[in-house]
Design a protein around this ligand. Sequence first.
Ligand SMILES: *Cc1c(COP(=O)(O)O)cnc(C)c1O
Length: 327
Amino acid sequence: MFQTKYPLAFLPTPLHYLPNLSKRLSYDIYIKRDDQTGLVTGGNKTRKLEYLIKEAIDKGYDTVITAGAQQSNHCRQTAAACAQAGLECHLWLNGNEPEIYQGNLLFSHLLGAHLHFSGEKAKGRKFALQKLKTFLDKQGKKTYIIPVGGSNLTGAKGYIAAMSELKQQMQTQEIDFDYIFFATSSGGTQAGMMIGREIFDIKAKLMPILIDKTTDFEVPLQETIYDIITEYNKTGPIPVDIAPDRITVIDTYNKAGYGIVTEHERQAINLLAQTEGILVDPVYTGRAFYGMLDMVKKRSLPRNVKILFWHTGGTPALCAYSNDLKK
Ligand SMILES: *Cc1c(COP(=O)(O)O)cnc(C)c1O
């Protein structure tokens, strides 16, 4: 199931200790560097795209379309993957075209992706992607749709495999984690981690910090994750037993809404940058990192536990939030 991928990522990504932060917080904290996967500054979508791009090529597609926010890391990594694989790339982006291209949007442009701006109405992306596919297919292209965030079973395989990679690193480095913190948004990463955790027998509790407001979802995130797990069980080599009520997210830190930078994200970005020289991003990893800090500071986690923060990337977005971050 995992042999068939199109190689795009630099793997394994490093897993290392954060000595200064750990000392500051009196907890043992490690980091998994999926901000170093490659594909123009890296990120979690690279692992998913190895499987998605492989499927597109195997099925004879020559064009890829996907959708996201203007600062979508997923869209930027898709653009880079398509450039590498020789596929034409079209991106459906929320909102009106800005005067100045920054961060991920600039990178997607440089990577040769065709950019389509939705205008005011940001909802109904599934329908918009279908319409775009019909339009491109009429021109003789064979268009492969990658869902928002690459979150279907094909994409999630990247994170099933990532759990095997983590398990090996845990064995080599002789560490047992109690908690794994990460940002969850379109669900593919969480679904893959939940499946991989069962298959590879990792005891650590997953701590998915929800990024978006619950009301932003057309389908509840837990349902999307459950669908991916169900789909996996129909085809996967080792079925997993995950009841729907075990699929939970931590929805404490999402109140400002998607892409809104608050004092929380700023605090998280500054702390990790200034203790360890590592940047988290303003939309996803900054928020997830703040959630972890908050739970550590409130002593909601027992003492003497080992914590892993899974850095899922996003650094280019920092360059598009200069006004919010230069405070
Ligand atoms: C997309 C993204 C996530 C969330 O992953 P999902 O699989 O969509 O839940 C987390 N962090 C970053 C930096 C991302 O770009």
